[in-house]
Design a protein. Sequence first.
Length: 255
Amino acid sequence: MRKYTITAITSMKGQTNGGIFYMFPNIIVNLMYLLPLMFLWRVIAGGDTNVGMTLGQLLTYTYINALLSEMLVVRTLASSWNYEGQLISLFARPFPVFGQLIAQTIGGWIPMLLIFSLPMFAIAPLFGISIIPETLWFFPSLLLCISLGFAIDFIFACVTIRLRGMAWLGHSIRMAIVSLFSGTVIPFRIMPFGLSSVFELQPFGSLGGAPLSLFVGTTDPARIITIQIAWNIILWPVAIFWFAKSKERQVSYGG
């Protein structure tokens, strides 16, 4: 466990090597995402229109998503390191590649959680945002979301390995799919024609949209947790098997 902890601490320190002021662009990006959406929800749900969620639920949903965005849709450096030829160097270290990537990613979350998310949680009541989840099932759902997020990220890393020089294409496809189907930007609950129940069944629906919907109390915990567990059971073996089959296709510096 010590080696994973040291990896996480090293990654955490790497985020602030140039000082915390270098993290301000990320904070500004998060605010630029958060503020327009909160204004939009006030316009859409502020009148008499029934959109399937109350204004308070929509605001809380978007607010919590902005604060926990890195955890709700996991992105490791696996794909970019493969493109840069660095991923293969992880095999020379005395612990599993997946473990290294997970520890490095979790360590990288900590500075933004401390500098941005924690203060924003503290001032949330000033904006009328509830920071108390409607159900405690939010917390196991968040853990299942993170676990599944790593599995999906590793699967996309395998896609990048297979695409070889088309890493940016794979990244663009991934971002387009996740943005729509994870439910982080647009809550499934407000989608028309009963699409909510359909979108919850696909694997990306068990990412950010699942714990967020539990946080605001718009879905059934038993249904969501069951779907998340099922997708973890299905996709983790796929990620492990495909990565094992793909590792021989990796290219390091020098060919």
